[in-house]
Design a protein around this ligand. Sequence first.
Ligand code: UGA
Length: 463
Amino acid sequence: MAAAYRCKSRLLPGDLDDWTVGLGTVVRVAVVGTGHVGLVTASTLAYLGHDVVGLDNDPEKIRLLKAGTAPFFEPGLEELVAEMKATGRLTFAETVEEAVPGREVVFICVGTPARASGEANLVAVETAGREVAAQATGRVLLVEKSTVPAGTARRLKTTLLRERPDLQAEIGVASNPEFLREGKAIDDSLRPDRILIGADDDWAFEMLRKLYEPLTAQGVPLIETDIATAELSKHASNAFLALKISYANALARMCEKAGADVLAVAEVLGSDRRIGRAFLNAGLGYGGYCFPKDIQAFERLAGSLGYDFPLLTEVVKINEQAIDATLDKIRDALWNLEGKTVALLGLAFKPGTDDVRFAPALALASRLIEEGATCVGYDPEAGEGAAREVPALTIASTPYEAARGAHCVVVCTEWDEFKTLDLAKLKEIVAYPIIVDGRNLFDYDQVELAGFTYYPTGRPPRV
Ligand code: UGA
């Protein structure tokens, strides 16, 4: 092991500044796909001392990365990429020909979007695998990081060997699912709860152990399984987290009817260590590029394997009802929506990201607009993306600008900056003093003191 490398707190969010990792034996890595998972994987592996090339078939992304700009917002990422480029351990390439020859491990981090049926579309995974196999020189391990249904690696290997039977002894496949969250991606990658490796031969396990040695040496648990188990575990994790959120949202509906308080219920449940408090926040529901597609894909996988998994259908249904419930509160507060203006605070699918894919805020905006309301939205990072997705939504440049003249202010994403809004000032500029809190961001006292009528989620309203 080479000299210890110390994280710089300037670069890394969270409490990583006291996290010292050693540089491991250098592995030559290529990462196909420089999206949220791929770019974070590439830069954090370079951080661990490996020689990494990031590859993308979108030339614009590579152009931006070469010029030093991250193609999306992720706290600390642009700085980390810049620092890793400066060490020479991280480079970017546009073509497989340029990137793959001489690499020992190639990560596949391409998208696995949902088909209309809900099934995962794996065309990009297959294409990436074939392109890598065509350019491989020497022994290479293809590692799936993208979330894929159990059985994908087996299919991939069969397909590749059909095309390159000469590579029988050269090509290995493995699964190393990524558990990072957007907004906390670097922290999650460098200090994960666990690293999961699914493989079917010693060489693949050895390569991946070597790759993550700087982290396992610090005590990060490593779980080794067969490939299908690793693939399935990733879907199972995301589905379980979504299930927890939907459970909290179902409780919110119950609490609303019973006059109980879902926040207190979540505290009671969460204080039981067998349950845990995380992911029990009721609100507008889950969104983003992962949960909605992964739950559908997992359910489809179950079906294709001959197992009916209706629990997952219910999770999705309850998530959709979370939007309906918020809409009901707005209707209850405003009566007719035609001619009314609704201000939406927060448009990203969660705080800490500019990602608006499957954002509940945008689903709500579309429903409000359909019903005749005018919608003005504000988000610290996601305004541009939101405007592209919902052109009829007006984007404001401050929360106050969004709220000016609004008949109702709806909290859709719990960005920290909303917690410290000057509610007295807000009250002066709105048309009606009504807040619908889709994320239970505010305290009763805070909003009451400022003179607002308040509709939280799963808690009694103050009208
Ligand atoms: C999720 C998983 O948390 C990661 O472990 C996984 O690696 C990733 O998907 C993936 O498969 O790539 P992410 O989509 O970044 O990560 O976001 P989360 O922080 O999990 O939040 C997902 C959604 O759930 C957000 O819309 C959030 O607002 C919502 N949520 C979360 C709630 O509504 N309530 C909660 O209590 C927690």
